[in-house]
Ligand binder design. Structure first.
Ligand code: SF4
Ligand code: SF4
Length: 75
């Protein structure tokens, strides 16, 4: 099982990778979550959000909070 890794010395979660979930049908590609992620892990492609490197995701939930469409959640 792939585990979380630290980025820039931050103390990230130690749990497994794969908790970040996008409900792609709800995503409008507005980009608010991209701006909200301080680690720069998200980007927009074909008007939908994509995750670059989930192993670095701290599960801070800032992206989910920024999404007016509730398209992001955690397993
Ligand atoms: S904030 Fe929500 S709707 Fe906007 S790009 Fe991110 S996931 Fe999609
Ligand atoms: S939970 Fe935090 S670190 Fe992970 S993608 Fe969302 S904003 Fe970025």
């Amino acid at each position: 099982m792939e585990k979380k890794e630290n980025l820039d010395g931050r103390n990230l979660g130690s749990g497994p990778v794969g908790r970040w979930i996008i409900y792609i049908d709800k995503c409008t590609g507005c980009g608010e979550c991209v701006d909200a992620c301080s680690l720069g892990l998200l980007y927009i492609e074909n008007e939908k959000v994509k995750m670059k490197e989930e192993r670095y995701c701290s599960e801070c939930e800032d992206c989910a909070s920024a999404c007016a469409f509730r398209a992001i959640t955690f397993r």
